[in-house]
Design a protein around this ligand. Structure first.
Ligand code: ADP
Ligand code: MG
Length: 328
């Protein structure tokens, strides 16, 4: 017998995330009642994932659940905010219980790891799409923004970049890799991205501006620069790439992908030169996994340099796989 909407929500979503004392009324009534914290600004973000656009038609349900929340957690990380509550609007083509169980497991595991309660949502029938709204807190007037940096500020990025684009290409069969461990690592960087919330919160007192990298490091760093009224110079040879990505595409293509591949959900942030020492003392780069990749400039252009020269490069990550296929 098909599950009723009521029973579906009760079974998979009414206890999916973390339990929080500030949820006065969660899933089950007409709306959630949330105890907002005094002295804090409320921070809100929302993102939709559509089948065939943001994930492949045969993507694992656990990955879709994880990513739908991760992309929102990442937006709060970029603001230096602490996530608290989420709402989930899901459109399902049919009631597939193993799919729902895996989706809820992917969503719920990440939600609990970040102390996020699922407080409400909406369930409808139609082509598969998932929208998550997230709410969180930041101490009053202390949120990080894309704006706020100045020419001369150093630009850093966390983790390694380009992995998710290669992971997606592997998933989609546009890239092949014999090294199974490296392939699994790249796939998991796409399917189960790690939003950098602990780093984002710590950067609140140190960074002059911050953005999370969803569209590719070059595009997103350029957005930060533009919002701050600056240009940017990125040093190609400073881009951090993983050993797995280098194994998959070689060092040269790896760094191109690091610039242009999206969906890594790392943080890109600016720090005034006078505060770099403090940054590196408070957050040792080896432990917090970030690296300086460039500098904000007064001239408005976004440039990539190599050995002091301005480099020409393709802005589309897909180009690399297309040209690799032609080369093979
Ligand atoms: P209404 O018709 O009043 O909007 P619904 O019947 O749609 O209420 O939803 C009942 C309750 O279940 C509400 O509290 C709603 O927030 C919650 N809910 C519905 N779908 C989801 C979902 N996918 N995840 C979490 N909560 C949900
Ligand atoms: Mg109602």
């Amino acid at each position: 017998m098909a599950l009723s909407e009521f029973e579906l929500i009760r079974r998979y979503f009414s206890h999916c995330g973390a339990e929080r004392a500030d949820v006065l009324l969660g899933v089950g009534d007409d709306a959630a009642l949330l105890d907002s914290a005094p002295g804090q600004d409320l921070v809100a973000a929302i993102d939709t994932l559509v089948e065939g656009v943001h994930f492949l038609p045969l993507a694992a349900a656990a990955s879709i659940g994880h990513r739908a929340l991760a992309v929102n957690l990442s937006d709060l990380a970029a603001m230096g905010a602490r996530p608290a509550w989420a709402l989930l609007a899901i459109t399902l083509p049919c009631v597939d219980e193993p799919w729902l169980a895996a989706f809820a497991q992917g969503f719920g595991t990440l939600a609990r790891a970040h102390g996020v309660a699922l407080v409400g949502g909406n369930t409808t029938r139609g082509p598969l799409s998932v929208t998550v709204q997230i709410l969180g807190h930041v101490p009053h007037a202390q949120a990080l923004k894309r704006s706020g940096a100045s020419a001369g500020d150093a630009v850093f990025s966390s983790g390694t970049s380009g992995d998710a684009a290669a992971g997606l290409a592997l998933e989609a069969g546009r890239l092949e890799l014999d090294d199974a461990a490296a392939a699994a690592q790249l796939r998991s960087r796409f399917s189960f991205p790690t939003p950098r919330n602990a780093l984002g919160e710590r950067l609140r007192d140190l960074a002059s501006a911050c953005i999370d990298v969803s569209d590719g490091l070059f595009a997103d760093a350029a957005k930060l620069a533009a919002a701050s009224g600056c240009g940017i110079e990125i040093a190609f040879d400073e881009l951090a790439v993983s050993a797995s990505l280098v194994r998959a595409v070689g060092m040269e293509r790896a760094r191109h992908l690091a610039l242009t591949g999206g969906e890594d959900y790392e943080l890109c942030f600016a720090v005034p030169p006078a505060r770099i020492e403090e940054l590196e003392r408070a957050l040792p780069p080896a432990r917090w996994e970030y690296r300086r990749i460039g500098t904000l400039r007064a001239a408005p252009a976004a440039l990539v340099t190599r050995g002091g020269n301005v480099m020409e490069f393709s802005h589309s990550g897909f180009d690399h796989f297309a040209s690799q296929e032609r080369a093979e």
